[in-house]
Design a binder for this molecule. Structure first.
Ligand code: CDP
Ligand code: CDP
Length: 217
């Protein structure tokens, strides 16, 4: 068994927030695997490479000039922490993540995040491909409406009106794209625990993950 907790689930279900908090509480390392796909999409865009060019993008992914420094992520020396969070780059991440050569280019890079202390890893194939022997696997979810509200709050958009409707539509579109793709589709693994956070706050969610971890020891 690996000293790893994996957290997967749809967009804005709280994966990043919960994974980072659990890692901080346990004193473990944290891997935001989605950021690597987002950085790959951004780097491709900056190099005028289309998100469907598998060979070129896999090459970029293998040599991604990225550095993580606390909350900041540098791409080729420039702070990309905010740029990679846009829904446009999210769609790009979803597109490049469909390409098998890109996934294998990022595989070892992700495994290198595991330290002796332990690792909390969030993202699609963490429990199935990257860390199949993880001690605890969580599938975090919430209704699309609640997830859209969380995203809207993050970027100060009112919770009604056309801007909000667009966020909701984007979330639903990415859910569909991620669920229906043949490579690493979004779904709950048979050995993952389901945690619906539609009516759960951040602290309660973290507490549930930690309780499951204690039990898994
Ligand atoms: O936070 P959110 O779910 O919106 O996105 P993310 O975790 O940053 O991931 C962005 C996109 O990258 C997702 O829609 C997935 O298609 C893809 N991804 C993946 O395929 N495998 C991972 N391990 C992480 C992300
Ligand atoms: O990583 P992912 O896209 O799954 O979600 P996130 O970026 O961690 O969370 C999206 C937003 O939802 C953040 O602003 C969190 O603070 C918020 N959130 C929440 O309000 N309640 C939760 N139980 C979990 C997250």
């Amino acid at each position: 068994m690996q000293k790893v907790i994996t957290i997967d689930g749809p967009s804005a279900s709280g994966k990043g927030t919960i994974a980072a908090r659990v890692a901080a509480t346990l004193g473990w390392a944290y891997l935001d695997s989605g950021s690597l796909y987002r950085l790959t999409a951004l780097h491709a865009k900056q190099n005028q490479i289309t998100w469907t060019d598998e060979t070129a993008i896999a090459q970029l992914a293998a040599t991604l000039p990225v550095e993580f420094a606390g909350q900041t992520v540098l791409l080729a020396g420039n702070d990309a922490s905010q740029t990679i969070r846009s829904e446009h780059i999210g769609m790009g991440a979803s597109a490049v993540a469909k390409l098998p050569a890109v996934r294998s280019a990022l595989l070892q890079r992700q495994r290198d995040f595991l330290t002796e202390q332990g690792l909390v890893a969030d993202g699609r194939d963490m429990g199935s491909i990257v860390f199949p022997e993880a001690q605890l696997k969580i599938f975090l979810t919430a209704s699309a409406q609640i997830r859209a509200e969380r995203r809207a709050k993050q970027i100060n958009v009112p919770l009604s009106g056309c801007e909000f409707e667009q966020i909701l539509a984007d979330i639903e579109a990415r859910d569909e794209a991620d669920k229906n793709r043949p490579v690493a589709p979004l779904r709950q693994l048979p050995d993952a625990k389901l945690l619906d956070t539609s009516n759960l706050g951040i602290e309660e969610t973290v507490a549930q993950v930690l309780a499951w971890y204690e039990k898994s020891k």
